[in-house]
Design a protein around this ligand. Structure first.
Ligand code: PLP
Length: 382
């Protein structure tokens, strides 16, 4: 058994990233400014989108993305139940109702036919979530959106490198929301990015991200003299700091290198974890690119007595950290109480939620770390 605990999703920062943060701290400007602007420009180019707004979390990006899509009081937004709470919570923050729908058992992504079935005259938007970094079927989702005149706000928290039919998912519009939280593929400690192709809506989002002010701080205190600002709207405090962007710029510069490392680990797991009572990730659709954000296995409770929770505990006993992405959202107390969801409503999300476990996939895992993970899993099922 390994001697030290292998932490799930621990980020790693190199000298360039650390030095950039130090330079920023010494520069006299630590909040939103030139580095945030550069990070936005670099990210926009990477994704192939028209506009980018850096914010302080993926949740902030989702909230602003929904508002930019025009979501407000009385509206409904279709969200998969197999996701993190922030996807639906932000719909609630807009005064709207999240309508949770079921997903596909193999891809864990939202099921297009369930979207169609959930549309009502109040539906305003659809929120596809690219689970673990696997692209949703964007053609089918856009066809539904166009037919019913709905906006698409993508939750791309897991999907910086994800491509659908050869293009980054964020390039597809209307809005895409990324997370740079500590365990993500690109880490700014906390952080996020809103991508969009509607210039006016993105301009409004920028103002909303900083109290709804007409002039941001960098331009207010700039070398050309102090500028007055006005509150055009009652906005939020969602702006990214240059300290965070200092990490982001260099993390983005090596994102492909990290992706290749995770891809290699992914294929090792696919090979070494065959023949166990676990379901491995489904094949990747031809023409798509998986972000390899999370390697999730499903404990095959039909063929083993080990439950998912026992598996998590057994992994911890063997000094291996794990995660659960996710337990079905509609069964969490807030969603049960507020919208009356109950067991059996969304069977595929529940089925995954009871069986899923994520194992370490960080790019800095050594060959020995990966072998320890494989050995631990084999040992549990021996
Ligand atoms: C699917 C999904 N959406 C949204 C978020 C929220 O991102 P953040 O933590 O950056 O606010 C997360 C993760 O944290 C996530 O996994």
């Amino acid at each position: 058994m390994r001697a030290t605990f292998l932490r799930f999703g621990a980020p790693q920062f190199n000298a360039k990233e650390i030095n950039e943060v130090v330079k920023t701290l010494k520069s006299g400007w630590v909040t939103t400014g030139p580095k945030t602007h550069r990070f936005e420009e670099d990210f926009k180019k990477y994704v192939g989108a028209e506009h980018a707004l850096a914010v302080n979390s993926g949740t902030a990006a989702l909230h602003l993305g929904l508002l930019a899509a025009g979501v407000g009081k009385g509206d409904e937004v279709i969200v998969p139940a197999m996701t993190f709470g922030a996807s639906a919570n932000t719909v609630v923050h807009c005064g709207a109702t999240p309508v949770l729908v079921d997903c596909n058992r193999a891809t864990m992504n939202i099921e297009p036919k369930e979207i169609e079935a959930a549309i009502t005259p109040r539906t305003k938007a659809i929120m596809p979530v690219h689970m673990a970094g696997r692209a949703c079927d964007m053609d089918e989702i856009f066809t539904i959106a166009r037919k019913h005149n709905l906006k698409i706000v993508q939750d791309a928290a897991h999907a910086v490198e994800t491509e659908y039919k050869g293009k980054k998912v964020g390039a597809y519009g209307n809005f895409a929301c990324y997370s740079f939280h500590a365990i993500k593929n690109l880490v700014t400690a906390e952080g996020g990015m809103l991508i969009g192709n509607d210039a006016e809506a993105m301009k409004r989002s920028r103002a909303l991200s900083l109290h709804g002010m007409s002039v941001d701080a960098w331009n207010r205190y700039g070398t050309s003299g102090y500028k007055h600002y006005e509150h055009i709207e009652a906005g939020f405090k969602y702006n990214m700091m240059d300290i965070q962007a200092s990490l982001g710029i260099h993390q983005l510069a090596r994102i492909e290198q990290n992706w290749k490392k995770r891809k290699k680990i992914w294929h090792t797991y696919m090979k070494e974890l065959q023949g166990l009572p676990i379901v491995l990730p489904a094949p990747i659709r031809a023409g798509d690119r998986h972000a390899y954000h999370m390697f999730t296995v499903l404990i095959d409770t039909d063929t083993t007595n080990v439950t998912r929770d026992q598996f998590l505990n057994e992994m911890a006993k063997r000094n291996i950290g794990t995660g659960v992405h996710f337990r079905a959202l509609h069964l969490h107390p807030y969603y049960r109480k507020t919208y009356g969801y109950k067991e059996g409503d969304l069977p595929n999300a529940e089925w995954i939620g009871d069986r899923t476990a994520s194992i370490p996939l960080s790019p800095h895992l050594t060959g020995k770390d990966v072998k320890d993970v494989v050995d631990a899993i084999r040992n549990i099922f021996k």
